[in-house]
Design a protein around this ligand. Structure first.
Ligand code: SF4
Length: 196
């Protein structure tokens, strides 16, 4: 890590979503990834995403910090909103973003980072303005700068798909929690019913 660049802690939800943020931030920041996924279920899926993140960081020669797997804190925080739909404008997903941002900000402060951010804005399903608003609130709460980026811009998502293919990275087809797994399955079934 270069001593002259600001130190940035980047929450990564999975390896494919880390590819584009790495390419875009590496020239401006001394970057470390953070894997903190209390939302990911079942545990075998959590392990699979973590293993892939380790492999990607080895390939990219970037440091990876890992949190413990704590699905119970996700259930505590997001449980009351599980009847809501998946989306950036529901309390279900906003409370989930906030939980992961709080964990990242806490770690950033503890380890002396100058700023933190998340890779979540790469997803076409996640609104970058909502993420920026929550990230800035969390940054103020913990006294550390939140870097607001919209990684889906400039074909970010498409680029991540191509890069993941090149590196043969595992790409899951649901966000992370069990309700999102069921929602993805329902989307698949609807598509099948339409296409026959
Ligand atoms: S769909 Fe994704 S962001 Fe929303 S609650 Fe589930 S894991 Fe969190």
């Amino acid at each position: 890590m270069s001593g002259s660049m600001p130190k940035l802690l980047v929450h990564a939800c999975c390896a494919p979503c880390a590819t584009v943020p790495l390419a875009r931030l590496l020239e401006r920041y001394s970057l470390v990834f953070y894997f903190f996924g209390p939302n990911i279920q079942p545990q075998a899926e959590y392990q699979r995403r973590l293993d892939e993140m380790r492999r990607f960081c080895d390939l990219a020669q970037v440091v990876l910090l890992e949190a413990e797997y704590q699905p119970e804190i996700w259930r505590q925080k997001v449980g009351p909103f599980l009847h809501q739909a998946e989306g950036s404008f529901t309390e279900r997903c906003q409370s989930c973003y906030r939980l992961r941002m709080e964990g990242t900000a806490r770690r950033a402060v503890a380890d002396g980072f100058d700023a933190f951010t998340v890779t979540l804005s790469l997803s076409r399903h996640k609104n970058s303005k909502v993420l920026a608003e929550i990230g800035q609130q969390v940054g103020r709460q913990f006294g550390v700068e939140y870097l607001a980026e919209d990684f889906k811009k400039r074909d970010g998502f498409k680029t991540s798909v191509l890069r993941s293919k090149e590196l043969a990275l595992y790409r899951q087809d649901y966000c992370g929690c069990l309700p999102s797994l069921r929602e993805a399955e329902m989307r698949r079934q609807r598509k099948l019913a339409v296409t026959g």
